[in-house]
Design a protein around this ligand. Sequence first.
Ligand SMILES: Cc1cc2nc3c(=O)[nH]c(=O)nc-3n(C[C@H](O)[C@H](O)[C@H](O)COP(=O)(O)OP(=O)(O)OC[C@H]3O[C@@H](n4cnc5c(N)ncnc54)[C@H](O)[C@@H]3O)c2cc1C
Length: 450
Amino acid sequence: MTAMSFFHDYQREQEWNISKKELLELVEVGVLAEEDIDRAVAAKFNPNRCGFEGKGEIWVEDILNLGISPVKLIENVRERFTSLGGIIFEGCSLSRLYIFDDAAVLQAADGNVLASRLVIDATGNFSPIVKQIRGGMKPDGVCLVVGSCARGFSNNSTSDVIYSSSSVKQVGESKVQLFWEAFPAGSGPEDRTTYMFSYVDPQPRCPKLEELLEAYWDLMPKYQGVSLDDLKISRVIYGIFPTYRESPLPAAFDRVLQFGDASGIQSPVSFGGFGSLTRHLGRLSDGIYEAITGDFLDSHSLSLLNPYMPNLSASWLFQRAMSAKQRTSVSSDFINELLSINFQCMQKLGDPVLRPFLQDVIQFWPLTKTLGLVMITKPQILPSIFNQVGIPVLLDWSRHFFMLGSYTFLSTFIDPLIRPMVNSFPPKTKYEWKRNLEAWKYGAGLDYEL
Ligand SMILES: Cc1cc2nc3c(=O)[nH]c(=O)nc-3n(C[C@H](O)[C@H](O)[C@H](O)COP(=O)(O)OP(=O)(O)OC[C@H]3O[C@@H](n4cnc5c(N)ncnc54)[C@H](O)[C@@H]3O)c2cc1C
């Protein structure tokens, strides 16, 4: 079996931020050796702040505290891939895909064709295949991000995992709640990346990236305590992250499986897609291997690899709670206050509650304890939460919260009863049950260990 990969380019300069724990998944599944990982680390910094303007801050260690050079990391992976017989068609666009009973045929933009048993679609958030599957549907939410990497930050030893602005601001025709992230960059001791982002409802009046960038240049100096005149800008960064409540995306066609951002497995709050990609890598690589060897390449079997995950669906509420409403009676400081209370409560409950949340893993008991403590500490915030997110979203969320509890029960108590029997099942049933057990475990966030 030969693995083949099409891709446009990988010369991204901007570092990815991740924690060592998440990165080591690459070593665990055998993609890279630990030395390769160490070589790709361009920056390392601690502690890391979660700050809420005017309301305080908490400090953590080892969260998103590595800056990884994508160029180095991908160069290593590329060498390993080709040394194992993989073939890369670089700079080559996929333009058509034909599915037959016994093969998928890929047609490149230059007219070349390739036949394959399984196509893994890792073409990101704007995958043309996903566009077709979702029927051009409007995303349920969008996160807009702008930022830059610049030289001239003398105070550059710590990072901001999240920093929320004190109040909703007017940008263009819309009101937005602005958040920030800041990370030391590996290119020099005074080099720092700062991102400003906002969750918006995708509608014609939502701010344009240019408008957000204007606001970024106005607000960033105050946020970082610098003057623009003292900075040398290395690059400007921007991105659009669409989210769909129906995520992860089940396979719609035989022989085609979405992977990475295309699959919608990333958190709708942090959009740390690189982190989520590594977290699911072990599960997905085993599953894909079994699907290929067992010839379980129909869309139903492949969908079991991107199953419903209540913890991912439950986190959609957080995006909604963090996006400013255009007409509302809640105070303009509400989102900042809500975040501050939640983080204070999580900190009081300790690492088993705070750390999985900061690494995008929502679990039933930590979430229940946090909600309980918020209600006891500040019950007067509840009406504003109802007002902010709306009853339909809360009802939908309750369903996912219930499923999160059910998956936690199933994975903790029913999995140990079924697992010993799985090997005696017929091959297809065995494949399906293994995927169900994984769905319970990952859907309840029980794959996460401190
Ligand atoms: C500004 C910014 C900062 C980020 N920072 C972080 C971070 O710090 N930590 C983190 O975890 N995540 C971060 N992310 C998210 C992270 O970059 C993505 O989640 C991750 O790259 C997803 O990987 P992917 O392989 O699924 O998709 P992508 O990285 O989007 O790769 C898709 C690839 O498919 C190619 N492609 C598209 N269409 C075709 C076609 N028709 N034919 C051939 N090739 C095609 C594209 O050229 C691209 O190379 C950031 C994203 C942005 C925009």
